[in-house]
Write a protein of this length. Structure first.
Length: 200
């Protein structure tokens, strides 16, 4: 299944990681709140999912991000702090063999190496990496479609449409923006780099 979603040069390596840190894998329908997911069930089985609409380079980064969670769980027999130092060093170690031009194009590799020096919970924390990855998105599957502003670019208090609903842009919280649904009044944390439509 990996071969249809990640660069060919990374397939054998990711299969080896799956053998070393066993997990069930599935490609998920696109989710607005996350790009990938790791779960450890009560029976100690581990499960990883990655969104289907990611380009091969974003898919690979997300996959290895989640495998790092899996590796921490298998190594320490507990989940650990979600994106703490143990996860960071594990993610760096697992990504290191992939940081080459046969796997990533040069325009992605430079900001990716910068991001990997101190990886955060999401690649949204590194705008230059997000911008580079976006250049490789198919037009039908993009966080920010051409011509659309990102949520990060809007002013606080601005009204916008996302997912067929209208929201008011609130405060930026690291990689997400707290936004209020105008119909229900409920607040949601939406990824800062998604493309949105200006309402009105």
């Amino acid at each position: 299944m990996f071969s249809t979603h990640i660069p060919a040069a990374a397939v054998a390596y990711c299969r080896a990681l799956q053998q070393q840190y066993p997990f069930r894998f599935r490609v998920s329908r696109p989710r607005k709140t996350r790009l990938g997911d790791f779960r450890a069930l009560p029976d100690r089985s581990t499960h990883i999912s990655v969104n289907a609409d990611l380009n091969p380079y974003a898919f690979l980064i997300t996959l290895v991000h989640e495998i790092a969670h899996c590796a921490v769980y298998h190594t320490y027999k507990r989940p650990g702090k979600p994106h703490g130092r143990t996860w960071q060093t594990t993610f760096q170690r697992l990504m290191a063999p992939l940081l080459t031009e046969p796997v990533f194009p040069a325009d992605v590799l430079l900001p990716l190496r910068t991001y990997m020096a101190n990886p955060a919970a999401t690649t949204s924390a590194q705008p230059l990496l997000m911008q580079a990855l976006r250049q490789h998105n198919p037009t039908s599957a993009s966080l920010a479609l051409p011509g659309l502003p990102t949520l990060r670019q809007l002013a606080e208090g601005q009204v916008f449409r996302f997912g067929k609903k209208s929201y008011v842009r609130g405060k930026l919280r690291r990689t997400r923006v707290v936004c209020k649904d105008m119909q229900s009044g409920r607040s949601y944390a939406i990824l800062a780099d998604v493309g949105v439509e200006i309402d009105g």
